[in-house]
Ligand binder design. Structure first.
Ligand code: FES
Length: 176
């Protein structure tokens, strides 16, 4: 659904573009802890694929942020209860790429969806909070993904992939 009023969700279209949380963390730490900073990955190592940590604290419910890991855009969505309920009400067997919502998020952190933001059709970057399923819409050929990042309509053959990640605390994840 894309018809929620701005009064209900004043920040839904706010996208916080975070280059890499890890880079900011390393930069901040360097001033205070020069010795420790020498042991952190440098920018080229991060670009080559080192894990990154992302602080989820600033991401309000209904917001998405985009970070980059291994040069790929990663969407992190702080889902609303409505989005979660809709994702879980679907008959999984009816999906083009059947996968339960539970299998795509971390138990105990169901409000967070983390997906690689590259359309599985021909690789365009989908737009968050667009389309008919309150998920992602790919403007190139019209593929529509739901609030679990699962393909629901259009030419894309598969769900948006979930990258390897884990919660290192209630408010921080490590990707990679
Ligand atoms: S690249 Fe996304 S629908 Fe074609």
């Amino acid at each position: 659904m894309t018809t929620a009023s701005s009064a209900d969700h004043p920040t839904r279209r706010d996208f916080l573009f975070v280059a890499t949380g890890a880079a900011a963390t390393v930069g901040g730490a360097a001033a205070l802890w020069p010795f420790i900073s020498q042991m952190n990955p440098d920018a080229s190592t991060i670009a080559a694929g080192a894990p990154i940590e992302v602080d989820l604290t600033p991401v309000a419910e209904g917001q998405d942020i985009k970070v980059f890991w291994r040069g790929k855009p990663i969407y992190i969505s702080h889902r609303t209860k409505k989005q979660i309920d809709e994702a879980r009400a679907v008959n999984v067997a009816s999906l083009p790429d059947p996968q339960s919502d539970e299998a795509r998020v971390k138990s105990g952190h169901e409000q967070w969806l983390v997906v690689i933001g590259i359309c599985t059709h021909l690789g365009c970057i989908p737009i968050a909070h667009e389309g008919n399923y309150d998920g992602f819409f790919c403007p190139c050929h019209g593929s529509q993904y739901d609030s679990s990042g699962r393909i629901r309509q259009g030419p894309a053959p598969a769900n948006l992939p979930v990258p390897p990640y884990q919660f290192v605390s209630d408010t921080k994840i490590q990707i990679g």
